[in-house]
Design a protein around this ligand. Structure first.
Ligand code: GAF
Length: 383
């Protein structure tokens, strides 16, 4: 759909033209899983799929939100009434974005909003962060707030943590706001230092196949929170600010100080995963995609064996992709399902995808969705 058609949909709903249309993309993470809330490193890229939002300010305090993916209804609330959890369902994401701006002391008018997203929901591709980032960027630009994008990403994270109640890190929001077309984003989540790492898969004769396992994941649920708390407990026991501060060369000494196997596994994943992000960034820069593929696969093994966040569907997709000759494969995102990324030559894609589909059918699992993606641009104004 064109930007004008989002504006037309807004006009049909609200009887006036929007002041602008913004979009913020979903993401896949190449490597660096569950490192962001440990002050660590991540390497995501933006997807072409995005959340789009048509917006106009109002003269009063009322917010009206409509989603093309909703039930057709318009959700209403006032800016003054916003408090954590006050708006349920999908509308919590735009509500949380407005709540955090108000909490930061920015005077906000009411708004009419129309949302339309083609980031699959619950697939681990950051559909919720995309929505929040689109709303935050729209408000920032419409109201002339001038908030730097890394700060907007932190605000979106706060909205998700404190308004929605999901204890996520800052990777998804930063990817959505700060990625650039044709590059992965190397991000140090401690100080938000970032670098665009060129990623021209087509020139390298490669593709990134994304396999949506159709196993829905959720961040507000206990498993994500429980991993995060385990990491924080380990850091406290080791006397460091965050697991990022554990020296990978002295990992065995650190593990020996931890009281149980579960904390040792969590810690080993985070420390080795941070090292993998640094190595993957070097390999990408050097154009060594064969070695990069191996690092991705090692990352999956670490999620499966140490962090215990893979699932039979994602393990099978990785194994079948590798058996089909892929350079590397791993589950991406928060885990417990979602998507698997596969780095492969293009002529292997069809066989890999059909083998995975047949296997899922034979197991009686949901049919997976398979598509390819190249690194897309971060959030921006369309109209
Ligand atoms: C989810 C979270 F939102 C991110 O912050 C990150 O922790 C990721 O899971 C795991 O790497 O996408």
């Amino acid at each position: 759909m064109s930007a004008t058609s989002y504006a037309d949909a807004f006009a049909a709903l609200y009887g006036r033209r929007p002041e602008g249309v913004w979009q913020a993309p979903g993401r896949v993470n190449l490597i660096g899983e569950h490192t962001d809330y440990n002050d660590g490193f991540v390497l995501p890229m933006a997807l072409p799929s995005a959340a789009r939002i048509a917006v106009a300010r109002r003269d009063d305090d009322l917010v009206r939100v409509h989603s093309a993916q909703g039930d057709g209804g318009v959700t209403e609330f006032t800016i003054a009434s916003l408090k954590p959890g006050s708006v349920p369902g999908w509308a919590a994401y735009p509500a949380g974005a407005l709540w955090v701006l108000r909490e930061e002391g920015h005077p906000l008018p009411g708004f009419d909003l129309h949302l339309d997203s083609d980031v699959p929901f619950g697939a681990g591709l950051s559909s919720s962060a995309a929505l929040q980032c689109a709303v935050l960027l729209a408000c920032d630009e419409l109201l002339g707030l001038g908030i730097p994008r890394p700060t907007l990403a932190r605000l979106a994270q706060r909205a998700e943590n404190d308004y929605v109640g999901a204890p996520v890190g800052v990777m998804d929001q930063t990817a959505s706001l700060c990625c650039t077309e044709g590059a992965a984003l190397f991000l140090d989540t401690r100080d938000m230092a970032q670098r665009q790492v060129p990623l021209d898969l087509l020139a390298a004769g490669l593709r990134l196949l994304i396999v949506d396992t159709r196993v829905e994941h959720g961040h507000a649920d206990g498993a994500y929170r429980n991993r995060r708390e385990g990491c924080e407990r380990s850091a406290a026991l080791l006397g460091v600010r965050a697991l990022r501060d554990v020296d990978a060369d002295k990992l065995d000494e650190a593990l020996a100080q931890l009281p149980d196997e579960e904390l040792r596994r969590l810690t080993r994943h985070v420390v080795t995963e941070n090292a993998r992000v640094l190595r993957a960034t070097e390999l990408l820069t050097a154009g060594d995609f064969a070695a990069l593929g191996r690092i991705l696969t090692e990352g999956h093994a670490s999620q499966r064996d140490d962090f215990a966040i893979s699932c039979p569907q994602s393990d099978a997709a990785v194994e079948l992709a590798l058996a089909g000759g892929a350079l590397g494969a791993r589950q991406t995102g928060g885990g417990f399902g979602g998507c698997v990324i596969v780095l492969t030559e293009p002529d292997r894609i069809e066989t890999i995808a059909s083998t995975i589909k047949s296997h899922y059918a034979a197991q009686g699992w949901n049919a997976p969705a398979c598509f390819t993606a190249t690194p897309a641009a971060g959030a921006r104004r369309l109209l």
